[in-house]
Design a protein around this ligand. Structure first.
Ligand SMILES: Cc1ncc(COP(=O)(O)O)c(C=O)c1O
Length: 345
């Protein structure tokens, strides 16, 4: 136990009280741990530069307050009982949302500026269009006249721009079908808390985006993996619904396999989903990252019955730090999700 402090003999506060306050602070700040043994009284007197009687008074004060305990032959220790000033946060660290797996926590801790981060699938820093972004920000900044709350679905001009962008993928929707989210991870979170009931089943590709699992599981959903063959997800293995269920799929450049679902499989999957009344979440995070041939049309472009909730993001193509994603779906669903979003962020 390191003590590099001494009470001020010229202060109006008595020496024993100064020492008592110092000890409380050390414990409160977590510098002295619960159960830790204090030096013997003689040593303490030396370290604090006071008489032993002052130490005895200070220790009595702290013991009376339950901050310290002393047992015969066991010395004086920082009390680990409920009267301790130190709140034991461990009792509160197990809330409903699951923690990252220990391996992931280690990766998150170790990945810093000195490493090339591979786990997050981000843009290589040298690909970031710095000049373009600078020019755009310079043009936009003078046009900003206020930064008040936006409309529930997100900025209208952004949604209008997205309508045009989605049109390029043959997805024809209106701004009312789009909810701007804080990345597609928030879209998954909103779907989980606003649409799923506890006990619902979420089907995914047998290996899938790791963070989606945490989100679904934290909403008390059961996750079931469905295998893929060379054409994509073997959807016929999804049994008929006995309770609420949905399918989360990444048809283009799937995470983590990189596989692309063929057009024929997409059409067949949609037909199946229509027959089974199965909602689909289509995650298109990697859709734009093709090299020679673009992937087939998104499921949403082929969906004429409103089965598909489409997730888009700029995280993998431009800037994950901007936290910008979009969720496209039927207006009733979008309104429900935006209502929950407004209440949570
Ligand atoms: C399949 C998939 N979806 C979504 C995300 C997260 O995207 P965002 O940054 O938009 O939340 C990732 C990120 O790794 C991903 O791999």
């Amino acid at each position: 136990m390191q003590i590099n402090w001494r009470p001020d003999p010229n202060a109006t506060v008595p020496l024993y009280q100064q020492i008592s306050t110092y000890c409380r602070q050390q414990i409160q700040q977590g510098n002295w741990l619960l159960g830790e043994k204090l030096p013997a009284q003689r040593q303490l007197a030396q370290q604090f530069g006071v008489n032993r009687s002052t130490i005895v008074t200070a220790l009595n004060d702290l013991q009376a307050a339950g901050v310290l305990t002393s047992a015969y032959g066991n010395g004086t220790r920082v009390a680990s009982n409920t009267w301790s000033l130190t709140l034991d946060w461990h009792h509160y660290l197990n809330g409903q949302f699951n923690a990252n797996l220990p391996t992931i926590q280690t990766i998150n801790r170790l990945e810093n500026a000195d490493y090339l981060r591979l786990s997050t699938g981000e843009l290589a820093p040298e690909l970031f269009p710095q000049r373009l972004i600078q020019t755009k920000l310079k043009t936009i900044t003078p046009q900003i006249t206020q930064m008040n709350y936006l409309e529930p679905l997100g900025a209208l001009n952004l949604r209008q721009a997205l309508v045009k962008r989605l049109h390029r993928w043959q997805i024809n929707v209106q701004p009312e079908n789009i909810l701007i989210t804080s990345g597609s991870l928030q879209a998954l979170e909103l779907i989980s808390v606003a649409l799923l009931r506890p006990g619902a089943t979420v089907y995914t590709e047998a290996a899938t985006y790791l963070k989606s699992l945490q989100v679904f599981q934290s909403a008390a959903a059961t996750i079931k993996g469905i295998p893929q063959d060379a054409s994509g997800l073997c959807y016929w293995q999804i049994p008929p619904a006995t309770q609420q269920q949905l399918l989360y799929t990444i048809p283009s450049f799937q995470n983590p396999t990189g596989s692309v679902m063929t057009l024929a499989r997409r059409q067949a999957l949609l037909q199946f989903a229509q027959q089974q009344q199965l909602p689909l979440i289509e995650d298109t995070a990697y859709q734009e990252l093709w090299l020679e041939t673009p992937p087939p049309l998104p499921l949403k472009a082929l969906d004429h019955t409103g089965n598909v909730l489409y997730l888009g993001t700029i995280s993998k193509t431009l800037a994950p730090g901007l936290r910008l994603g979009w969720l496209v779906g039927p207006t009733a669903v979008i309104r429900r999700l935006s209502d929950v979003k407004m209440q949570t962020d």
